[in-house]
Ligand binder design. Structure first.
Ligand code: ADP
Length: 735
């Protein structure tokens, strides 16, 4: 049994009980004290202790504050046979809780997300072949199983599934002696990376960058380093060298590569395997329960040395994490906005700082935050100046839609259509980019002007024509597209307004009936695998025109793709949150960077109604530094991050009156502090979702102010009524 009782073995004289603090994976701000009358488990140990009516698993945490008298304490119930959390992870959780203002236990819950990982190595029965099949009554099914079985152990379900028989056939063969039963660990260790394996020969730029990183790894200690280079400049190969250096330096060291999107992890695992001869341990939300448990346990016992994962991999129980790489560090997907709100890039740097190891950030379009950190000397930077093997950057052109307008009800301008014509004749591939899923973002009644929204929500329903449904992208609500307007009952008056990728695909299919056209978004490709099928078809040249949302924008190499058309370059600029221009710049330079990756030069066309907007002008001229400089001035003038601090306090309630009252009471209670400004309350851009209304206060502070201390004082001063929920978002990304 994995759990040992926390009592002495042999009834010898009782040791004096001692105090042990335990943090539970629940939204609780502090650890609870217990008496321990056996051997005191070391810090970080997984234990169980009575909590309320149950025994609950938790972790031994550093004791703080006054010790209550021991005789008042309940007794620790047991200790799991699992490696304790490392001290730097404990320090990280304490720090992250203080920074994000979420309770410590909520952060610990992210570490303990794998509920069955503590149950220990339950063995699984597997089967291998023996020589003892003589005299055995043979059937076709038995023959098939014996042919499939071999010297390496396989489970009954695995064998049975392969030859399509019931598991009873397998067990029957084992009972008859023709198969032997062996115990195997259901969570086999991961193959070890081969650190002496040679990567590709590096260019001079790459070599220099790789040596700089390796020197930082060798030196030890914390440093954050930006690997700055255009898409395709070979940043990945460079940080692979840093990973090799870190793992070589210490035979117990572990390294983590963070990627912003699950869709990127599958092809990336293959790439790591090609480089190191072994696939890394994966971590993301699409893993099965068994895969999750395997990765978690093997990270916890230190045997998984290289992990590739999404942001939540930061909370895996690494024993000896010595390097983190954050690829596409600028990507907004690193900002987690549900549950504990955090930014994985910032957390990675903090984790490295607390653990005393380097963190590498890679990007072609680094965030303003990171650029300022480099400029002010807090981060180092290594640059890769050109694309690998001198593939040229695409030529970027703006199409002024006021002058080169599409016909009514069409979305592609004559100029862009001509370019696609040319590409089709040249048998080269085109990508049409529009960051909007579905057919039309808005459905409007031509009679009464009613806009279709989800029940209890202010968000527009998006028509998805393949499924013939209206779907809310915020709540997941969906309904068949009605034939009559629900407000005025007019029949056939509901009209789709504006384009989504399905509508652009419809236009493309009409214009180029002979072309092979595919659509790619998170809808058409549920899960990374089928997305991979489309991406593979694109790579193999089996698609002429790919019409895609941002899922196609990142990290893919399409050697025959030479034209990128951005259907609506203005899309991200609306809404006006503080990072709108930056995000648009990053996304569009990433998308246009898909064109012309191999020998063929690429070109990109951006359809816009505001070609004079600075972000579009900067894209067209390829002047990233000018763009960043202009952004920096704008943010500095307003005192926004990274030049000042910002927090959002969001209030949610089903009860709008309570919400209003609480929001106003909070505003009134905001203490005066030098350098702090409280803005709002204002309604959230989508005010109601599923009946829950949301209001927001923004706190803006000078950089030398402790925002967390201010917020703690403030929020403690106001009694929030039951039906209102308050959450804090430090450095918010969406407004
Ligand atoms: P980035 O991460 O900067 O976008 P990658 O590291 O993915 O760039 O490199 C782009 C492409 O060039 C990849 O296909 C990669 O395999 C290839 N590549 C990069 N560096 C080298 C090298 N030194 N030798 C051979 N191929 C390379």
């Amino acid at each position: 049994p994995p759990l040992t009782e926390n009592r002495h073995e042999d009834g010898a004289a009782a040791q004096k009980p001692e105090r042990v603090s335990v943090l539970f994976p629940m939204p609780l701000p502090k650890a609870y004290d217990y008496a321990c009358d056996g051997d005191v488990p070391p810090l970080g140990s997984f234990v169980t202790a009575p909590f309320g009516p149950r025994e609950v698993a938790g972790v031994v945490w550093p004791s703080k504050g006054e010790a209550p008298p021991l005789e008042k304490l309940k007794t620790l119930a047991g200790v799991f046979d699992a490696p304790p959390l490392s001290p730097d992870l404990i320090a990280f959780i304490d720090w992250a809780a203080a920074y994000t203002m979420f309770p410590k236990g909520a952060l610990l819950r992210m570490v303990m997300r794998v509920s069955d990982a503590l149950e220990g190595p339950r063995m699984q029965t597997a089967f291998i072949r023996t020589d003892a099949s003589e005299g055995l009554r043979m059937t076709a099914q038995r023959k098939a199983v014996l042919a499939a079985a071999g010297a390496s152990p396989r489970s009954a379900s695995d064998l049975a599934a392969q030859v399509n028989v019931s598991e009873a056939v397998v067990r029957g063969l084992a009972d008859a002696g023709a198969l032997a039963r062996v115990d195997i660990d259901p969570d086999p260790p991961f193959a070890q990376p081969d650190l002496d394996r040679q990567g590709p020969e590096l260019s001079d730029d790459q070599q220099f960058a790789a040596e700089t990183l390796a020197a930082i790894v060798e030196e030890g200690g914390h440093k954050a380093v930006l690997i700055d280079g255009v898409t395709g400049s070979g940043k990945t190969e460079v940080y692979f060298e840093a990973v090799a250096a870190a793992l070589k330096k210490d035979p117990e060291a572990q390294a983590l590569i963070l990627l912003p999107e699950i869709a990127l992890t599958l092809p990336f695992l293959t790439r790591v395997e090609e480089r190191f001869g072994a696939a890394p341990a994966p971590w993301h939300s699409d893993l099965t329960g068994a895969q999750r448990r395997r990765s978690w346990r093997r990270v916890a016992d230190g045997s998984a040395r290289l992990v590739v994962g999404a942001r939540s991999a930061l909370f895996l129980p690494f024993q000896k994490l010595r390097l983190i790489v954050v690829d596409e560090e600028h990507d907004n997907a690193y900002k987690q906005e549900e549950g504990v709100i955090y930014h994985a890039r910032d957390m990675a740097v903090a984790r490295g700082s607390l653990g005393g190891f380097p963190v590498a950030l890679a990007s072609a379009t680094p965030s303003l935050e990171t650029v300022v950190n480099v400029d002010e000397g807090r981060y180092e930077a290594v640059g890769l100046s050109s694309r690998f093997a001198d593939a040229a950057m695409p030529d970027i052109h703006l199409i002024d839609m006021r002058e080169d307008a599409p016909e009514a009800g069409r979305w592609l301008s004559p100029g862009l259509v001509r370019e696609i014509d040319k590409n089709l004749s040249a048998h080269e591939q085109s990508l049409l980019f529009l960051n909007r899923r579905g057919y039309a973002p808005l459905t409007l009644c031509r009679r009464c002007g009613h806009k279709m929204t989800a029940p209890g929500s202010d968000s527009m329903l998006v028509e998805h024509r393949f499924e013939n449904r209206l779907i809310c992208h915020h709540t997941g609500f969906s309904m068949p597209k009605p034939t009559a307007c629900p407000a005025c009952n007019a029949v056939d008056a509901l009209t789709p307004c504006g384009p989504g990728i399905e509508r652009v695909a419809e236009e493309a299919k009409e214009r180029w009936p002979q072309a092979r056209i595919s659509v790619l978004s998170s809808d058409t490709a549920p899960g990374p695998r089928s997305m991979r099928d489309v991406l593979d078809a694109m790579k193999a040249g089996e698609i002429d025109i790919l019409i895609a949302t941002q899922v196609a924008a990142k990290g893919h190499h399409f050697p025959n793709l030479t034209l990128v058309g951005v259907v609506d370059a203005d899309l991200g600029l609306a809404g006006g949150d503080l990072r709108a221009a930056e995000r648009t710049y990053q996304l569009l330079s990433q998308v246009t960077g898909r064109a012309g990756r191999a020998e063929k030069p690429g070109r990109a066309f951006l359809q816009t109604y505001q070609p004079e907007a600075p972000v579009l002008a900067a894209l067209a001229s390829g002047d990233r530094d000018a763009f960043l400089a202009a952004e920096a001035i704008g943010r500095r003038d307003l005192g926004f991050p990274p030049y000042g601090r910002l927090a959002a306090v969001t209030l949610r309630s089903l009860d709008e009156q309570a919400l209003d009252r609480t929001a106003n009471a909070l505003k009134v209670a905001a203490p005066y502090a030098d350098g702090v400004e409280v803005l709002g309350p204002a309604r959230a851009p989508i005010y109601r979702l599923r009946g829950v209304a949301r209001m927001r206060l923004l706190v803006k502070a000078r950089r030398n102010v402790s925002l967390q201390a201010y917020l703690a004082d403030w929020l403690a001063a106001v009694k929030v009524p039951g039906p209102v929920r308050v959450t804090v978002d430090i450095n918010p990304y969406s407004f």
